[in-house]
Design a protein around this ligand. Structure first.
Ligand code: NAD
Ligand code: DAU
Length: 338
């Protein structure tokens, strides 16, 4: 494989993955197709922007013409592009159906036409829904709860159907919650770390006893690289870390690293349809030869320190959010909060 199309590469996991593969494979060319939604940030890849092996194309994966241009000459595709934030999907789900379902269709159609050699589609453990005890296996039924996870389920079912129907060399991963550098500060860990650095309160939903399995993004990149190269076409691979934590304990870990007190913790109304626990069985990807290298303590220390050391990165994002909120307030008054 010499030329790789990455979609959604300006986001959190995509940008970490591009850094990872460009370092690991010195002759690899990478094309990054990204619509630069609010979550896409060219600053994530500023260090490689001028690398002759890297090409950036601004465009939407629902746009067949631009997808055809981006995929031309590519041997493989890795699809990260998605609307990804559960709360936003509860507020306004239409974008999720567009990108997370229709966008996958457009990519699969073009990949079939171009006869790409490999297509890795990134899905999520949220497609299984909540689980009280035990771990979901790849063969378990899907039972998504939110417009986000339902759209992701639709997208991955479509992706797999292209393997069954057309023989498109499809690989699918379902991973647990990632954390690390370059994560947009709307997700739990970067939101809480950056709020706490500024001595602002952090909103814990409900009782804070929901459980997530935290996967450090470097481990995710290794897993994706392995599945891309060694996975069996048509197969689905769970990716998780067995780093299960209550949200309130994640919050306490961040408070401790930053030396802040519990007074900044605010319990707020719960997320509608909030899944209590996600947990996946990682035996199958283990058999390919992968296991995570970071436990939660090591990963959270690295992550929080990254946000401490990269204030310019997240302050620019938070400033944009504040400017928008101020404009909305001026335009429409107090009742219409951004
Ligand atoms: P992110 O929100 O940080 O980035 C998404 C990227 O996709 C952004 O750069 C955005 O501009 C781009 N994008 C959105 N719509 C697009 C469109 N229509 N066309 C082209 N580009 C578009 O997301 P992330 O957290 O890095 O997640 C990446 C992928 O991994 C997603 O598919 C997500 O569902 C999946 N995933 C994420 C996690 C996690 O914990 N973050 C866990 C499991 C799976
Ligand atoms: O499980 C994989 C999924 O993980 C990915 O598919 C999604 O793209 C990604 O956003 C993530 O979904 P979550 O909803 O689990 O992540 P989030 O960071 O939004 O929330 C993590 C937990 O923390 C969840 O139980 C909700 C809670 N939470 C979140 C926020 C933003 C709070 O209590 N307060 C908050 O302000």
């Amino acid at each position: 494989m010499t030329k790789l199309l990455v979609t959604g590469g300006a986001g959190f996991i995509g940008s970490n993955f591009i850094h990872y593969v460009m370092k690991k494979y010195p002759s690899l060319q990478v094309v990054n197709l990204d619509a630069l939604t609010y979550a896409g940030n060219p600053a994530n890849l500023a260090d490689i922007a001028d690398d002759p092996r890297y090409t950036f194309i601004k465009g939407d994966i629902c746009d067949a013409k631009i997808v055809a241009e981006a995929m031309r000459g590519c041997h493989a595709v890795v699809n990260f592009a998605a609307e990804t934030h559960v709360d936003r999907s509860i507020h306004e789900g239409g974008f999720f159906v567009d990108t997370d379902v229709r966008g996958v269709f457009v990519l699969c159609e073009e990949a079939r036409r171009c006869k790409v050699e490999r297509f890795l589609h990134i899905s999520t453990d949220e497609v299984y829904g909540s689980i009280d005890k035990g771990f979901y296996k790849e063969t378990d039924a899907l039972n998504p709860s939110s417009p986000y996870s339902s759209s992701k389920a639709g997208g991955e079912l479509l992706a797999r159907s292209y393997f069954v129907t057309y023989g498109l060399p499809m690989l699918i991963t379902r991973s647990s919650n990632n954390f690390g550098p370059y994560q947009y500060p709307e997700k739990l860990i970067p939101l809480f770390a950056t709020n706490l650095i500024e001595d602002k309160p952090v909103p814990v939903y409900g009782d804070g006893k929901q459980v997530r399995d935290w996967l450090f993004v470097e481990d995710q990149c290794e897993a994706l690289d392995l599945v891309l190269h060694e996975g069996t076409f048509g197969e689905i691979y769970n990716v998780g870390s067995h780093n299960e934590m209550y949200n309130i304990d994640v919050t306490k870990a961040i408070l401790k690293i930053l030396g802040k007190g519990d007074d900044l913790v605010t319990y707020v109304k719960d997320r509608p349809g909030h899944d209590r626990r996600y947990a996946v069985d990682i035996t199958k990807i283990g058999e390919l030869g992968w296991k995570p290298k970071h436990d939660f303590a090591a990963g959270i220390e690295k992550t929080v320190n990254w946000y401490v050391e990269h204030e310019d990165w997240w302050r620019a994002i938070k400033q944009k959010q504040a400017d928008y909120a101020a404009w909305m307030k001026k335009q429409y008054g107090e009742l219409n909060k951004a």
